[in-house]
Design a protein around this ligand. Structure first.
Ligand SMILES: Cc1ncc(C[n+]2csc(CCOP(=O)(O)OP(=O)(O)O)c2C)c(N)n1
Ligand SMILES: [Mg+2]
Length: 739
């Protein structure tokens, strides 16, 4: 754990070993190049500001004041080799890594040819796959955990190089992933001082330290987060001091307006990472000479004197003066360089202003994989159930949903070495020696769904994560971006919320926002639902509609063993992020058990199942309401002779509208039933569609049965009153059939 601290005031002078040929290893040519990038960066900002004022672009975010640390990182790291999760002030870094100013202007105008996003993202939201600059979003800090996952992905491929190969005829997501890795690669991630207050930042530091991962965290500390000064943001005012206790790190604190000191700091940081000692932390003191953005006027909260003090440390003018003082460039040389940059930018702006906007009809492109269609017949395979009698004369036992999920995971892990499983308690035993010495049997999840997998496939592939849900999903997203297939577990749906930022603002939208430049087909298995007798508020929640409301995320919710096996296999092999909801009450239910359908059994997404055919009324449902509705359906038929068609949706997004429509056209009556709270729930969408598109087929109003609009209570009498029961379903079906 080395710490190097450079006094900001002394940095340039100390480096000025006057006539030396090299400056911390940088040649005079490299220094001129560094200045060119810095100057270009500032001038791109200035041009964008002008364009914004002329209403030719729609947003501007400057990198002013952060140029020196950016070019230093660019010089110390390798474009297209290392991996980069920059933030919006990293314009100079991006230029140093090879991004053309023209491409930056293309994003400003929102052009179809904007290589970062095709007009979908604001400027300064970098994404350049060939340079390994991974698509960036606007939530501050959500890139940090992904950078950790990216580093984990690189290390995994290096340790398991065969997994990077694609077996011929794989027919799955692997065919469309461009995997590359290096044994000594580094992942760079940057953030502002304000962003270091985000919880995900701390989760990321912890994960990187635990894994000794080659990640360089760069905090670009300009002293402000919009108008909030650092002493209000960071206890004690120094992020370096707060993080200094993390083990395995190399720490640097540097004047980030000095390109040479910053380069030296980055070089030492990179060396520590490349040699496998662990992560590094670069705390760079920079300035913010322009306001936060064009929507901010810093004069409202910063007096002139403070701003003038900052101006004296302006990295662009300081570096220019340094070059002159060192005799690396003379006045003429500086003027010449600046002229060349201006000319280049003029051409770039002129071209960008002529670029065509994207076609409106392209808006739906790349929400999901254009290569692997998880709704297609390629994912419709027959179950191969061996019904022959065994040696004991018995037929194969019907297995629970828990058994078949476990068996499916096992078979898929055998088939695809890119699958890694992690989450809370999912390993058999983190202290592996206990397993090896057969002192313990192993746990494998609080519901035992992953039991035996660590034992069989090893610690690299099945491991416990810290108790941090955002980290589980964020790391998985970074890994999947590299081509791995993380199948992670969120222990209880009730605790998925810390991961919501990662799910909604990252995982589901990475492909779309990067215009198909990046993808992250993660599977998130989540134990969901109530009917537990004592599950109470925090072990009974549903809430699937909050996720079906997210474009780009597949959501499935099986009600029986066979469907769980078939849908899980599709989830794993497909190329989209999938939320795989597993009802806890159904894990070991006697309803819906099945023998294992074999290692190739798949069910396409968006295909419902008619559980019980009927002609008088359609019931649309899923999950744990399926067996409850079936009881009601059978009773109604027995007692009243009413024939109900019971549809189990199985997939919630996409859902099988054709099957619903065909059924309602036949029965003219429909009830939508679900376990979640009634209002604004999943059933609202189905009911609205039925009302809209099947109005002329209806002989009765569309009805819903669902939970009361309240959380699930502990006392079983209350739980029964809150959640929809078979009798509630029966009464609603009866009433509707008599309408
Ligand atoms: C999660 C989240 N919260 C709030 C915002 C709005 N916001 C954008 S930038 C910013 C300040 C960031 O400050 P800092 O991390 O210091 O970076 P700087 O802009 O100073 O470089 C805020 C609050 C956001 N984008 N994301
Ligand atoms: Mg800041």
């Amino acid at each position: 754990m080395a710490t190097t601290k450079t006094d900001p005031k002394l940095a340039l002078a100390a480096n000025g070993a006057k006539k030396a040929k090299f400056y911390e290893g940088l040649s005079r040519e490299q220094l001129i190049q560094a200045y060119r990038w810095m100057y270009t960066s500032r001038r791109v900002d200035d041009r964008e500001i002008l364009l914004k004022r002329q209403q030719k672009i729609y947003f501007q975010m400057s990198g002013a004041g952060h140029e020196a640390i950016g070019v230093a990182a660019g010089l110390a790291l390798k474009s297209g080799y290392d991996w980069f999760y920059p933030y919006y002030r990293d314009r100079a870094l991006c230029l140093a890594l090879g991004v053309e100013p023209y491409n930056m202007f293309l994003q400003g105008v929102g052009a179809a040819d904007d290589p970062s996003s095709g007009g979908r993202q604001m400027p300064s939201h970098w994404s350049y796959p060939a340079l390994h600059i991974v698509t960036q979003s606007s939530p501050t800090g959500s890139q940090i955990l992904q950078a950790v996952g990216c580093a984990e992905g690189g290390r995994y491929f290096y340790r398991h190089p065969k997994s990077a190969e694609v077996p011929s005829g794989a027919g799955d997501y692997r065919q469309f992933k461009n995997v590359s890795f290096q044994g000594d690669e580094v992942t760079y991630v940057s953030l502002g001082d304000g962003t270091s207050s985000e919880g995900e930042f701390w989760e990321a530091l912890n994960a990187a330290a635990l894994g000794k991962l080659p990640v360089i965290f760069c905090v670009e500390d300009n002293g402000y987060a919009i108008s909030v000064p650092v002493e209000v943001q960071t206890a004690g005012g120094s992020i370096s001091r707060l993080v200094s206790g993390f083990p395995n790190f190399h720490f640097e604190e540097v004047d980030g307006t000095d390109p040479i000191a910053s380069y030296a700091a980055f070089s030492r940081a990179a060396k520590h990472c490349r040699e496998g000692h662990g992560p590094a932390f670069v705390h760079a003191h920079v300035i913010r000479p322009y306001s936060h953005s064009l929507s901010d006027d810093e004069r409202l909260y910063r007096p002139d004197a403070e701003r003038e003090r900052d101006a004296q440390r302006d990295p662009v003018s300081r570096t220019q003066m340094f070059l002159l003082r060192e005799g690396i460039l003379d006045d003429k040389g500086i003027t010449q360089l600046e002229k060349e940059v201006e000319a280049e930018l003029q051409i770039a702006v002129d071209r960008a202003l002529e670029a065509l906007p994207p076609a409106p009809e392209s808006v739906m492109n790349f929400i999901y994989s254009p290569d692997v269609d998880a709704t297609s017949s390629a994912f419709d395979t027959q179950a191969a159930i061996d019904t022959s009698e065994g040696k004991d004369g018995k037929k194969p036992a019907a297995k629970t949903m828990a058994d078949l999920i476990n068996a499916t995971l096992r078979d898929e892990m055998k088939r695809d070495e890119r699958i890694v499983i992690f989450g809370e308690d999912v390993a058999d035993c983190s202290r592996e020696e206990y397993l090896r010495q057969k002192l313990v049997k192993g746990k494998g999840g609080v519901f035992k769904l992953t039991f035996g997998l660590q034992n069989e496939f090893g610690n690299d592939r099945v491991f416990n994560s810290p108790l941090a849900e955002a980290a589980i999903v964020g790391r998985a997203t970074g890994m999947a971006t590299r081509g791995l297939k993380p199948v992670v577990e969120i222990q209880f749906f009730d605790y998925i919320w810390p991961a919501m930022m990662q799910i909604r603002d990252e995982l589901s939208v990475i492909r779309w926002r990067s215009n198909n430049g990046f993808s992250c087909p993660v599977v998130i298995r989540v134990a969901i639902g109530g009917y537990l007798t004592g599950g109470a508020i925090y072990h009974s929640q549903c809430g699937e509609s909050m996720f079906t409301h997210i474009p780009g995320l597949r959501v499935v919710f099986p009600s029986n063993s066979l469907d769980a096996a078939g849908l899980l296999r599709t989830a794993i092999r497909c190329d989209d992020p999938v939320l795989f909801l597993e009802h806890k009450r159904l894990y070991r239910e006697s309803y819906g058990r099945s023998a294992y359908p074999g290692p190739e059994y798949m069910i396409p997404f968006g295909k419902a199942k008619i559980v019980h055919p009927g002609t008088d009324l359609t019931v649309v449902t899923y999950g744990a309401v399926v067996p409850r509705a079936l009881q009601a359906v059978q009773k109604l038929e027995r007692e009243q002779g009413v024939k109900v068609e019971l549809i189990d949706l199985r997939s919630l997004n996409p859902f099988d509208w054709e099957t619903i429509a065909a059924s309602v056209a036949k029965t003219n009556r429909v009830l939508v039933a679900y376990e979640d709270t009634l209002s604004w729930g999943y059933g609202a969408e189905i009911a609205a569609r039925v009302a809209d598109q099947l109005f002329d087929k209806l002989d009765a109003p569309v009805r819903r049965v669902a939970a009361k609009d309240v959380f699930v209570a502990y006392q079983p009498i209350l739980e029964d009153a809150i959640l929809p029961q078979p009798n509630d379903l029966y009464l609603a079906m009866k009433e509707l059939s008599e309408y």
